[in-house]
Design a protein around this ligand. Sequence first.
Ligand code: CTP
Ligand SMILES: C[C@](O)(CO)[C@H](O)COP(=O)(O)O
Length: 248
Amino acid sequence: MFADPYDFSPSHPYRVSSSTTCPRFAIIVAGGTGTRMGADRPKQFLELAGEPVLAHTLRRFAEPGLNVQELVLVLPFDQLTTWQRLCEQYGIVVPHTVVEGGATRWASVRNGLAHLAAQTNGVVAVHDGVRPLTPQAVIEATYQAAYNHGAAVAAVVPKDSVRGLNQQGSYALNRNRLRLVQTPQCFDISLLRRAYQLPELTTFTDDASVVEDLHPIHLVEGDYRNLKITTPEDMLLAETLLLRYSNL
Ligand SMILES: Nc1ccn([C@@H]2O[C@H](COP(=O)(O)OP(=O)(O)OP(=O)(O)O)[C@@H](O)[C@H]2O)c(=O)n1
Ligand SMILES: C[C@](O)(CO)[C@H](O)COP(=O)(O)O
């Protein structure tokens, strides 16, 4: 269904050293306000199974087996002390660096990337702070695939039928030729930096859409449990999944 993420052909330009020695970084974007959630605070701070959503997400990337060197957390500029208080209240001790976000997701990623300006070599993952259920295997496979291909994104096959809209009404789309895109989205760090030096477009919805004019995007099999908390019912679903799958 997906191209093999472990393509070890010797000629690939991105395979310059063994993947275990290639530095890994992560930018967790949590600079949004959560308008669609409609809660009394940004959804990344809501309590999910006893902890803020963001604490679950950070822990996924702090797993020792992943070997992530630096975790950059992007927050709304006016919520830095809120997060500091939550860390104290819930005893969140995952090492991370906090960076102020921007007006759009694109601007938040760019700020996170600016913090990694000294890093010239390695793979960087960009991940939504509101995806607290990403399995380790998906994170590892996406880092690996970016090491092998330069740019890799987790995605799943749509489960529902899909229709496009036209002047007459709507028409059926072949869902076997479509993918629903998730995060993490992992990139060679120099490639991502080049892409984020270009102007922001209104068509950008994720990092793959920022990079794709410069480099092909390799798809890695994602996971249906890797949901993005967007509207209130997602909180119920996420809580159920977290309790059911404690060892994702
Ligand atoms: N200026 C922004 C906007 C979004 N994000 C982050 O990007 C991820 C995906 O965005 P989305 O689910 O749309 O979050 P919000 O923008 O907070 O939600 P909404 O669109 O409903 O306001 C979230 O982790 C969000 O915090 C960000 O870092 N900076
Ligand atoms: C990046 C993303 O999570 C991939 O599915 C998604 O595009 C974010 O979209 P949103 O418009 O910020 O909700």
